[in-house]
Design a protein around this ligand. Sequence first.
Ligand SMILES: CC(C)(COP(=O)(O)OP(=O)(O)OC[C@H]1O[C@@H](n2cnc3c(N)ncnc32)[C@H](O)[C@@H]1OP(=O)(O)O)[C@@H](O)C(=O)NCCC(=O)NCCS
Length: 149
Amino acid sequence: MTTPAAASWVRAATPEDWNGIERLLTDRHLPTAGAREHLSAFVVATKGAAVLGCAGIERYGDLGLLRSVAVTENVAGLGVGAELVRAVLDRARALGLREVYLLTTTAVRYFPRFGFDTIGREALPSSLAASEELRGACPASAVAMRLTL
Ligand SMILES: CC(C)(COP(=O)(O)OP(=O)(O)OC[C@H]1O[C@@H](n2cnc3c(N)ncnc32)[C@H](O)[C@@H]1OP(=O)(O)O)[C@@H](O)C(=O)NCCC(=O)NCCS
């Protein structure tokens, strides 16, 4: 049997996935603000029509903001999150992005395995200030991280 973590489960998001993505982000207490506008750079893990996981990149020139990394509780710990992060970072590389940043309150210890390092929030590039996630959707206490691709 194919495991939920198999790469074939992960694909680029389409507009039809939005309702499932919005429900997942809401269920996992992550911000939805600005996510739909960047849907073309999201990936999803699906089973049939159900969205089991998602991850997205907001693009600002040659910089990216990784956001909305979430999986449903029933597939947690099976590697789906890692598949999604790797897939969305592959897309970021294919787009020619130089660095990817993220903000998190809940997963500071998750992202170093993909090469992210913690940075001070003052080190976030000013071009990312256009992001709704950075403009208040994410709390001031969130930790900033950076990956050089
Ligand atoms: C973070 C998240 C996407 C991880 O997805 P996942 O598919 O469960 O994770 P994986 O199967 O790829 O990896 C499992 C490993 O990650 C660890 N892990 C999972 N969530 C973690 C978290 N929030 N913080 C630190 N480590 C975490 C597990 O302990 C496990 O560790 P191990 O490899 O040492 O056993 C998932 O926990 C989630 O949806 N959390 C709620 C939303 C959230 O906080 N997203 C991050 C916002 S930026």
